[in-house]
Design a binder for this molecule. Structure first.
Ligand code: DX5
Ligand code: ZN
Length: 230
């Protein structure tokens, strides 16, 4: 189970301090939302922010590109220190070369899918990716309510993974708190992006721990991890 605090919800006056706060709180990955004001109606930050944070943090940098032209951004983000780069399936025929390029740059390969897009659109790419990001809000802004209708998509992604013996992570992003994270874990998600529900807490460490406990208990495999009776 991976908990990935999203820097989008941090105090923008203190990017470095906030990234360290996420690490000290026990977050596994740092989720970095890149918005271009075109693919989504918001602008966040660019590779320079990632570059200056890189030497300060041991966390896995999970870069989520909500951008119309990721072609021009892959290399800058890889050089800046991204460990994973995720692009959106809504880019259509441009997806395959983008996935190849991310791989060639030495990063893990992620594919994201927006709420209105049918999960079938992701199916052709499953054997090429390390992570499938199922958006549980329409991307662009933090603090939106979780869309429950996305749960069957997670279930389908988990079924494909099982049936085909694939190893991609199933990541959820948007409106994730302790309760919605548990709902997603129950149907197969294993990677949980959370902005407001973690950065918004004074005691972020406690919030991370609570979320980790909730998803571990809810996961379908949980019963197999219990110590055997003897
Ligand atoms: C939404 C972003 C999310 C965002 C989630 O467009 O992709 O990563 O940070 O924020 P919360 O957890 O506040 O919904
Ligand atoms: Zn995101």
């Amino acid at each position: 189970m991976i908990i990935a605090p999203s820097l989008l919800a941090c105090d923008y006056r203190h990017f470095a301090k906030e990234a360290l706060r996420a690490q000290k709180a026990g977050g596994d990955w740092l989720h970095l939302d890149i918005m271009d004001g075109h693919f989504v109606e918001n602008i966040s930050f660019g590779p320079e922010v990632v570059r200056v944070l890189r030497p300060l943090s041991k966390m896995f940098f999970d870069v989520h590109l909500m951008c119309s032209k990721p072609e021009i951004l892959l290399e800058p983000f890889a050089k800046a220190g991204a460990d994973n780069i995720t692009v959106h399936v809504e880019l259509g025929e441009r997806v395959t070369p983008l996935l190849w390029k991310i791989r060639a740059l030495g990063c893990k390969v992620g594919l994201a899918i927006n709420p209105p897009t049918a999960i079938a659109h992701a199916e052709p790419f499953l054997s090429q990716i390390d992570l499938l990001l199922i958006m549980t809000v329409n991307p662009g802004f933090g603090g939106q309510p979780f869309i429950h209708e996305m749960l069957p998509k997670i279930q389908q992604a988990a079924a494909w993974r099982r049936e085909r013996g694939l190893g991609y992570r199933i990541e959820v992003d948007g409106g994730i708190n302790r309760d919605t994270a548990a709902e997603c874990a129950r149907v197969g998600a294993d990677t949980f992006v959370s902005g407001t529900a973690l950065f918004g807490q004074r005691q972020m460490k406690r919030a991370v721990e609570t979320m980790r406990k909730a998803v571990t208990a809810a996961a379908p495999m949980a019963k197999h991890r219990e110590p055997a009776m003897c």
